[in-house]
Design a protein around this ligand. Sequence first.
Ligand code: ME8
Length: 644
Amino acid sequence: MNKKFYITTPIYYPSAAPHIGHLYTTVACDTIARFKRLQGYDVMFLTGTDEHGQKIEQKAKEAGVTPKAYVDEIAAKFRKLWKYVNVDYDRFIRTTDDYHESAVQRIYEKLLEKGYLYKSEYTGKYCTPCESFWTESQLDDNGNCPECHREVREATEEAYFFKLSAFSEQLEKLLTETDFVQPEWRAKELVNNFIKPGLEDVCVSRTSFTWGVKLPFDEKHIAYVWIDALSNYITALGYENDRYDDMDYWAADIHMVAKDIMRFHALIWPAMLMALDLPLPKMLSVHGYINFNGTKMSKSIGNVVDPFVLGERYGVDTIRYHILREMPFGSDSDYSNEIMINRINYDLANDLGNLVSRTVAMVDKYFGGTLPADRQEGDFDRELIAQAEALTAAVAKNIDETKLSAALTEIMSVVSRANKYIDETTPWILAKDEANRARLATVLYNLLETVRICAVLLTPFMPTAMPKALEQVGAGADVTTYASLEKFGALPADVTVHKGEVLFPRLDVDTEIEYLNSIIAPAKEDKIVEDEDLDKAGIITIDDFAKVKLRTAEVTACEKVKKSNKLLKLQLDDGRGGRQVVSGIAKWYKPEDLVGKKIIFVANLAPAKLCGEESQGMILACDCGEEVRVVFMDGDVPNGSVVR
Ligand code: ME8
């Protein structure tokens, strides 16, 4: 039986559509899973969605739908994206799946039976309107509720606690004496920030909302989302449920997460497993964040990179390559349109794509597509062959260490070496003399072989383009296996190539940058955009105007934006779950002047952040000399009516 290999992504919150950050972790895991399958492992690759909790409950309420309907829609978007980018997972878990929910109840019961759960009192900062407890560090700059910015009060509620402190010593050992957390410096961070100051027990039940798993022994308590979520890694294998029977995949070989959720995975999760007497996962691979031009990607800033848009324009494999290549092991990476376009051009169009097309074209041109079997070794062969032969082991090592960017660097250096080999051996000069036939065939064969090895190793990264490359160099199924990589020279001596499409077309940098800048807005900070005057704006058509979606709404709440004399923050009932708009009218209106009034607003304006506050639209107002007057609606207009 083949050796088992179990890899997981985090299960994502279906509270907003997936973006390039989620894409990174999932494509990284998919690549590793594909590589291990290629190596012959029996792979279980798990991903899913983390669907309970107060945040989801609130979002659903705002959208005017049930939490289940809300998560169903977004979970479907995640699945759609994974299918689109060729993520070949084996299992998709949703924490609202019945089998998972009942298993989480059993986990709580077990923790209670084993003495790791106890009832006590939780004291924290409570926001009455939001019915939420917040920790000190979650409060806003003024010490208020981070959601509604109203005052919080100290409150106490009955809750269950998990004895995390009991595992302090074992966790310290795990982090300092094993290589569980990767990269290692992240483990040091955890020890210094959490273990050294003293681990506290974790409050693992809530009573202030209902969207979650009920504790079976005390039904007014809801399971803490993190206990619920982390359990997915074992419930998806069948732990404490009849749905699956795959616990023989446990312990996980790799849990991959970003730094934001490292501490839950490196402290609470191992402690839970210790409490449940289960073996610990072998590796927690922690990667950094993809930022956008140095700024954190955020929906409210409007710089979230949509993977569907990039995939449509540049091809899914290209995007997979780019994000995996750019993320250095363990640290943050910066997404920028320029870097992406240049990367596609240099690595994929110039180096890899060109190597394949040049080689195939030369076999076609000089030998009618089929190489003769005669051979004649020559200068430079050994160096190229030695590099190609050493490649598989180097890539496999990097994959096992989750260093995907390094694995790609290794492969691309062999690609570059092969391009250099073309310049060194000058096949076009060899072709001039019939006496060089055997030498020319050898040079081209070595190139085809190098492409074959690189393309097989690249297939897990680019599962659509690489089989095409392999077909072009005449590599049949028997020479695209992992075993076939052991030998340089697996292609038949009289191999036949098949000229095909250009794998990675070269992009025009200026055109693409202009395009990308127009669809992925850079952060707009603290600035009210002024209307252009009529002369400058020119004449527009009715179709241009129709692009602006105007709607009516009622102002349900309004307050001044702190740190700004100009801005008011308005909550609008737009008939569709509500939205927040920030407007530069504080000089002319007090909050109470606006509450209860009906206004018109631009509903499809890209979101922006003004003085740190998200604005999802713009209310209409007119310039009256030095003054600005808001356009109010008369009469009883339903909220959300279209204005044309
Ligand atoms: O934390 N760069 O879900 P989540 C790189 N439900 N990776 C990013 C990223 C970025 N800018 N943004 C998100 C949760 N990610 C919990 C997890 S697991 C038991 C429960 C990726 O939807 C990265 O993998 O907030 C990060 O850890 C994860 O999405 C957070 O996803």
